[in-house]
Every structure is written in C-alpha cells, then in structure tokens.
Write a protein that binds this ligand. Structure first.
Ligand code: XIL
Length: 302
C-alpha cells in the first residue's frame, strides 16, 4: 500500500497521529491527515482542562469535531487522557483528598460515558510514575488521594465504557532496564493478578538525547505484552534528521511488527512545524508537508 494507514492495516495495525483540532481547516494539514492516517489522538482537546473547564460543566465541542472528522473517514480515535497531574483546570489543581478523588472519578465517568462506543482505546491514566531511580509514583494531588487512585480510575472507566480498551500511558518507559519501566511493569502485573481492568500499555516514546531509542525496546514491548495486555506506541517523535532519524523510525516500526500485541503506532504530530517540541525536526513530514526520509523508512518497513 502507498500510505501509512493502509500499509499498517495490511499488517493488522493502525498508524495514527496527534491532531490539533484548530488545524483541521488548514488544507495542507488536513490533506496529509486524511491521506495517511487511520487513527487520531486529540493533542489537547480531550484533556481535563479542555473538557471540564468548570467543575461539572463539560465542553465537548472541539473533541466532538475531531471524533466526527475521524468517524466519517473510518479513522479510529484514541482518547487522551482521563486522569493526569498536568493540564488540570484551575478548580481541580487546588483540590485534594476525597473531594478531588470524587471529582476525578466523576470526570472519568462523565467523559468515558460521553464517548462510549466512539473511542477505541483510552489513556485512562497518564504519567503517574516519577522519573529517575527508585520507581516511585509521581507526587501529585491525585497521588496524594491514595495509592489506589490509578485502579479506581480504571474501574470507573470500565464501568462507563466496558468495550473501550483501557490503557496506562507514560514516557521514559521504553528502556527495559530503567527503574520507571520496571515500576510500571510491576503495576500492570499486579493489576492483571488482582483483576483490575487494564487492557493496554501506551509507550509515549518521545526519543531524544536524554531518552534515546533503546536497543532493548523490543524487549520492553514483548515483556509488557507477555503480561496479557496490548502495547501501543502512542506519541512517537524522534529528535534528529536525515538517515539517522530514518533508521531509528525504521527500528521502532520493526520492533512493533515483531510483537504480535503491538497493535499500532501514533506519531505526535504531522509536520515538523506541528510538533510540540519548540525546536527540532522530530516528525515524518517537513514544514512544507513533504515526506522526509523518515517517512520513506516507515512506509517501507510497514
Ligand atoms: C503536549 C501537547 O503536544 C502540547 O500542545 C501541550 O502544550 C502540552 O502537551 N505527553 C503527553 C501529551 O501525554 O499529552 C503531551 O502533549 C506531550 C507529552
């Protein structure tokens, strides 16, 4: 096949991108999106601050625009994200204790119910582990409501949308030897052992000099999969350019294809100029929408 999405589909996978909803009216952007991708993730429009700007007042307009764009073009939607320490609305940032726990669970329930049947997979919880050594949970207002906040969020999401795949998503969990990776692994193992509903693990995979693509990436993917969950590469971008960058993209695709339960790859933006990274050229299309060597490497690997 001649596009990322169609080629991935021939391998039983999806190939997605993060979408900024306000760019859907950019013709060059929408042309590449509609031609190449068969899955979308809202870059910001399904985050807590976007959907619940005031407590219990939900604003679904932008997110619904993306969902209808996707559904009318047979693209899947990944939901991102129901519970997170970041991009919380002001009213939530200042909450704590049982009031925050209830507000978080209400958010999970309301949002997962609104999108029931339209979101294939949810990042139920995002970035709940700390960086560095030790494998601790990240300190946050949510964590301070009790160590069981993650499983409570998963149970609420499962009750609201029993058919959605429920994922735990994080970064710096790509290198199998890192403490953070091992800590997430043990949590998923514990959830599977105790019957907490979890279906998938998302590896953001923002690769740069501080957290480069690791040679044991395939081991990480296969080790999580062996726990009985799908793995998805959810926010891929790779610092660099030219042949070096293309080779790393090829390695990522080959690693996913080598693991039966690696069900899809999402890049975190379309053109380099769409990237959340302030500088650099981490994506598959240049600022003019031309295919980069990294694009050719991905397409030929798929
Ligand atoms: C980023 C968006 O790309 C930016 O537009 C926004 O300003 C901040 O968030 N990990 C995640 C994503 O899970 O939600 C982040 O997205 C990038 C890092």
């Amino acid at each position: 096949a001649t596009t990322l999405g169609a080629s991935a589909a021939e391998r039983g996978r999806y190939f997605g991108t993060a979408v900024a909803v306000n760019k859907l009216s950019d013709t060059a952007y929408a042309t590449i999106l509609n031609r190449e991708f068969n899955s979308v993730t809202a870059e910001n429009e399904m985050k807590i601050d976007a959907l619940e700007p005031s407590q219990n007042q939900f604003n679904y307009a932008n997110a619904d625009r993306l969902v209808s764009h996707a559904r009318s073009r047979n693209m899947q939607v990944r939901g991102h994200t129901l519970a997170w320490h970041s991009q919380q609305p002001g009213w939530m940032q200042n909450m704590s204790g049982t009031a925050l726990r209830s507000a978080m669970l209400n958010h999970v329930t309301q949002v997962a119910t609104h999108f029931r049947g339209q979101v294939v997979a949810w990042d139920v919880v995002n970035e709940a582990f700390a960086d560095g050594n030790g494998g601790a949970r990240r300190d946050s207002n949510l964590q301070r409501t009790g160590n069981d906040w993650i499983e409570a969020a998963f149970r609420a999401a499962d009750a609201a949308d029993p058919n959605a795949k429920l994922c735990y998503n994080d970064y710096n969990t790509d290198n199998w030897t890192w403490d953070k990776t091992q800590a997430v692994y043990r949590m998923v193992q514990d959830f599977k052992t105790r019957g907490v509903p979890i279906d998938c693990v998302g590896l953001q995979s923002h690769f740069n000099s501080g957290s480069p693509y690791p040679s044991n990436y395939r081991t990480t993917l296969s080790s999580f999969a062996a726990l009985g969950v799908d793995v998805q590469i959810t926010e891929l971008d790779i610092e660099g350019s030219g042949t070096t960058q293309a080779n790393t993209y090829r390695n990522v695709v080959n690693d996913c294809l080598a693991v039966a339960r690696c069900t899809g790859i999402t890049v975190w933006g379309i053109r380099d100029t769409d990237s959340w990274r302030a500088s650099g050229t981490p994506l598959l299309f240049d600022g003019s929408g031309n295919k980069k060597p990294a694009y050719d490497a991905v397409l030929s690997a798929l």
